[in-house]
Design a protein around this ligand. Structure first.
Ligand SMILES: Cc1cc2nc3c(=O)[nH]c(=O)nc-3n(C[C@H](O)[C@H](O)[C@H](O)COP(=O)(O)OP(=O)(O)OC[C@H]3O[C@@H](n4cnc5c(N)ncnc54)[C@H](O)[C@@H]3O)c2cc1C
Length: 251
């Protein structure tokens, strides 16, 4: 059931603040994506995270569809001193994507991937799961370094460093991150790469998030597949001498 009389929401100082229905309506008018209240359709999916033992429940969810929506939500949170969190794939084991009684930005409506095979770059939305990126890049026989489990979020994985199947060959996810677009806490949308806002870019590549809301990741791509060899290789124990000697020489 949709709230009609405003809500109480967690504030940055540990207390709560009252948000009037008028303020919610103003936010609603500024964002294209929906505001989701407890009990609304889609609420359960929006608060679902990988670690089901985490019992944090936000007071309000915004599902942005663009950097502009993110800016509006960040402005709303900043002006009200409201506790805010960002949910990518929801795989952080401590449940940091959910703001207890606060505002959570659920990025699941920003899952677009565009691939430019000529320059070997992919622009990736912050709500993408690993599988979204792999599927889009593999259409061109390309891939970037992400993780092992396709349900994981690209955002949290990358901002934490990110390693996976291709790491031994091409480095960490952040080694292959060329650029981000990010909405800062001041509500500004900026680009960060190795030349522009380089210090911010450095912090984003492993700092674990919270330096702003990333609205686009740009990854370098590599030729991979479409046929790859993987999985377990087994030999019978009576060939152990031969196999271990070969493995030692090879490595
Ligand atoms: C089953 C499983 C398998 C995993 N496998 C791997 C693996 O192979 N390789 C690896 O490196 N890691 C792996 N991890 C760890 C995983 O990368 C981290 O838990 C990561 O935080 C998940 O990202 P997410 O977007 O799903 O998380 P979320 O919980 O949604 O987000 C994690 C944190 O990232 C920040 N964040 C999210 N989106 C944004 C954004 N747009 N802008 C700014 N900050 C943002 C938020 O602060 C949030 O608190 C795995 C985790 C699980 C549970």
């Amino acid at each position: 059931m949709r709230a009609t009389t405003g809500i109480r929401i967690a504030s940055l100082d540990g207390g709560t603040v009252e948000v009037t229905q008028g303020e919610l309506d103003t936010l609603d008018a500024r964002v294209e994506g929906p505001l989701v209240h407890p009990g609304d359709e889609g609420w359960d999916d929006a608060v679902l995270i990988w670690n089901r033992t985490v019992a944090k429940v936000p007071a309000l969810i915004v599902q942005p569809t663009s950097a502009r929506d993110v800016t509006a939500a960040v402005d709303f949170a900043r002006r009200g001193g409201i506790l805010m969190s960002i949910k990518g794939g929801g795989h952080n084991i401590a449940g940091t994507s959910l703001a207890e009684r606060g505002l959570t930005l659920d990025m699941s409506r920003m899952r677009r991937v565009t691939v430019d095979p000529d320059v070997r770059l992919a622009n990736v939305g912050p709500g993408c799961l690993l599988r979204d990126v792999d599927r889009a890049t593999q259409e061109h026989g390309l891939a970037t370094v992400l993780g092992f489990v396709s349900e994981t979020g690209v955002a949290g994985l990358t901002l934490g460093g990110g390693f996976g199947y291709l790491t031994r060959r091409f480095g960490w996810a952040v080694d292959n991150l060329e650029e981000v677009e990010i909405v800062t806490a001041a509500g500004e949308t900026v680009v960060a790469n190795r030349e522009t806002n380089a210090e911010l870019f450095w912090g984003l590549r492993g700092g674990g998030g919270n330096l702003g809301v990333v609205t686009r990741f740009t990854f370098r791509l590599h030729e991979v597949g479409p046929t790859i060899t993987g999985g377990l290789i087994l030999w019978s124990a009576d060939r152990a001498d031969e196999v271990l000697r070969t493995y030692r020489d090879l490595t």
